[in-house]
Design a protein around this ligand. Structure first.
Ligand code: PEP
Length: 249
């Protein structure tokens, strides 16, 4: 039985006033839900510490949206996985398509970041996903399979690593992949993991991300190979995110 992870990615949104959404999320979800599932918010780094304080005692986990691959050094503006762990964070997203696009991050870079995350005791949420052109060209599985194989850290396991399948064309667009497309891709990703790791494939969690909303979450989260959601826009408002957590059952 895989424990569902409902993760919110606030991206570059939120100021101190937004911390009230974390308190509100704790009010709107019951303790049982937060015990049954992992509920995670990844705010911008400026709010990481105050978010951790706001979440104290609620069981809501706080994570980061990126880390550097190195532990320390001359990398102005960057933050290492050890620093995130030192802050008390539990998870870090790596390889989000916006970082792959905006910062030209290759799967090799993503793998190095995920490796650093594991080394620092963080859970790495490794994002993969095809563009619309790649899907329309019938290359979605080839692209995603390549990303999975090249981005997952050596020695990954279900305890330390989560995969997030996020078709790029569904992120922030209001377009969601059909439940059957999602199930087919998640099952394909699991088969790739099985070939890589031999064991663990049935235990590894695969999240879906891409315009998950209160209205479509239940259907997506009920799919056999969907083990949670990575939620952008709808995680910014506690009532929407709480509805998605509830949809996990
Ligand atoms: C995301 O950025 O990971 C995401 C899935 O965004 P949205 O839910 O807004 O599509």
């Amino acid at each position: 039985m895989r424990r569902k992870l409902i993760a919110g990615n606030w991206k570059m949104n939120g100021v101190r006033a937004s911390l009230s959404e974390i308190a509100r999320l704790a009010e709107l979800t019951d303790r049982d839900q937060r015990r049954r599932h992992d509920v995670l918010i990844c705010p911008p780094l400026t709010l990481a510490w105050t978010s951790a304080l706001a979440a104290l005692g609620s069981g809501i986990l706080i994570g980061a949206q990126d880390c550097h691959a190195n532990a320390s050094g001359a990398h102005t503006g960057d933050v290492s996985a050890n620093m995130l762990s030192d802050l008390g964070l539990s998870h870090v997203i790596v390889g989000h398509s916006e970082r792959r696009a905006d910062h030209a991050e290759t799967s090799a870079v993503v793998k190095a970041k995920a490796t650093a995350a594991l080394g620092a005791g963080l859970v790495a949420i490794v994002c993969v996903g095809e563009t619309l052109a790649e899907r329309e060209a019938g290359k979605a599985e080839a692209v995603v399979g390549r990303q999975v194989r090249a981005s997952l850290p050596d020695g990954f396991d279900a305890r330390t690593t989560v995969i997030a399948y996020e078709p790029v064309w569904a992120i922030g667009t209001g377009k969601t992949a059909t439940p059957s497309d999602v199930q087919v891709m998640h099952s394909f990703i699991r088969s790739v993991v099985k070939r890589m790791a031999r064991t663990e494939a049935s235990a590894i969690r695969i999240l879906y991300g891409g315009s998950v909303k209160p209205g479509n979450a239940a259907e997506l989260l009920a799919l056999p190979d969907v083990d949670g959601a990575l939620v952008g826009g709808a995680s910014l408002v506690a009532s929407d995110f709480a509805s998605i957590v509830k949809a996990a059952g």
